[in-house]
Design a protein around this ligand. Structure first.
Ligand code: DC
Length: 221
């Protein structure tokens, strides 16, 4: 049986940074499920579909194929065969992903694909519902969080580094709105699985968080 590590948590908690480091240390595959929801969201945006129109979103699902590949430890996401990695990291796509991921048709499609990957491959998968819904049998489950202020500041610095014009207060407001949306939806809301280990990274370095998860992996082996 494959060894699966599930990392869930709110936007900006550092999940992808940590998941990537853990995967590298263990030579496991890293699967970023948020990128899959973002690829679907990009399709809905391109088609001009409103996130409020469940019938249109659900109907469009049959026209979408999401696939993944791994190049030098970096996940590549394909939407109907097109590599969309460079187009899914905007606030517009992230917000669309959050708003359309509430629908069963969207979740079913991606959950199935995620389970299929995990069945045969040792991996670190991050998202919102991995420990609670996608991989309830994962050998290691982590709920990674940090305060809104910490997450906002990290995001602010990241954007500033890219030369983007941004405002810390606005970023914190966006993060709170995303938390609200992801934690309060009906299906697979973001929450800590009962058997997940809580890690608050507010005052920890990425290295410290990675080491803590590697300790959990050792203990589970
Ligand atoms: O992690 P991210 O910001 O790339 O995710 C974008 C959105 O996708 C997130 O706000 C909610 C949704 N998502 C989800 O519903 N379930 C997951 N496992 C991953 C992401």
């Amino acid at each position: 049986m494959a060894f699966n590590i599930a990392i869930d948590g709110p936007a900006g908690a550092g999940k992808s940074t940590i998941a990537k480091k853990v995967a590298k240390e263990l030579s496991y595959i890293y699967v970023d499920t948020g990128a899959m929801y973002r690829a679907m969201a990009l399709f809905f945006l391109r088609e001009g579909i409103s996130p409020e129109d469940e019938a249109a979103v659900s109907g469009a699902c049959s026209r979408i194929t999401v696939t993944l590949s791994n190049e030098n430890g970096e996940q590549q996401v394909f939407l109907n065969g097109e590599n969309v990695n460079g187009q899914i990291r905007t606030e517009e796509v992230g917000n669309m992903a959050s708003r359309t991921s509430i629908y069963p048709k969207v979740r079913e499609k991606l959950t199935q694909l995620q389970r299929e990957l995990a069945r045969t491959t040792d991996l670190v998968m991050d998202g919102r519902d991995i420990g609670t819904c996608v991989l309830p049998e994962a050998q290691v489950k982590v709920y990674l969080t940090a305060s809104v202020e910490t997450r906002g500041k990290r995001r602010f610095l990241e954007l500033q580094e890219k030369g983007a014009d941004c405002e810390l207060e606005q970023i914190c407001r966006d993060i709170k709105a995303r938390d609200e949306q992801d934690m309060n939806r009906e299906i697979s809301p973001l929450r800590q699985a009962e058997d997940a280990v809580l890690i608050d990274s507010s005052s920890m370095t990425p290295q410290e968080v990675t080491e803590e998860i590697l300790r959990l992996v050792k203990g589970a082996n």
